[in-house]
Design a protein around this ligand. Sequence first.
Ligand code: 13P
Length: 292
Amino acid sequence: MPLVNMKPLLRHAMDNGYAVAAFNLVDYNTTKAMVKAAEELNAPVICQTSAKTIKYFSHKEIVSWVRTVAEDSPVPVVLHLDHCKDIPMIEACAKAGWTSIMIDASELPFEQNLAESLKVREIAEKYGVGMEAELGQIMGVEDDMVVDEADSVLTDPEDAARFCAALDLSAFACAVGTAHGYYKGEPVVDFDRIAAINSLTKTPMALHGGTGLSDETFAKAIERGAAKVNISTNLKHVWVQSFVDYHTAKPTDFEPLRVMDAQYQACKTMFSGFIEKFGGKGRGSEFLSTLG
Ligand code: 13P
């Protein structure tokens, strides 16, 4: 089916107590694996792209992969742009066929962040796509952006309410104690803050830094309004490790298709695990039936 807009999908997720898994695709093979994993579970899925992945390939290539696998599939698939600071690039995504775009101006003071995000609001309206924006600073490394623990700022619920009211977001990215990349110690997630933000913003929350969180943390965050959970680092590791494992087990096999299939299967297993954990199973057709 055609790609879907992120807004009604995340609203459905929040209203029904589950979260949609969002994976940062690496290549065509991982794109196909995430959609197939969703299809086997009758679940929605968000294929998201880091800005550097788009720069490595191109808008045209990525949109063609995601459309190709989604069009052959009966489950709802969103193509979303993850953290982006470059407004022309954001507009290029919306124009090329992304169904959701993210502006990350979170390093700026509140008013400037809001002003930048409002520019992207106009782009989202012009192209009829979903939108995510960020307030507060999430720790860790994502794309080429690095936020040290000392510089990270948890999101203030009152500011969040003002930010979300002005932007009518499909997803609100905020800092609640999670971090991009592997956690060094035990993550300290502020569940009360998630609940407070959700009760004031009534906006589906995007939980960033999904790699390394416990099942209990996912469940508690989803219960309190996380409707999109981002996973990137875990995929990078499975992608590389599955290649290494295959070659270690079969050092004389140089058939690329078998190596790629080993990667595909390992990534698909990982995607299925997260989709089920976030409560996505069975939600694909359930969401589509609400569209009328
Ligand atoms: P991880 O790399 O920790 O999985 O976080 C992904 C993310 O939040 C992408 O925006």
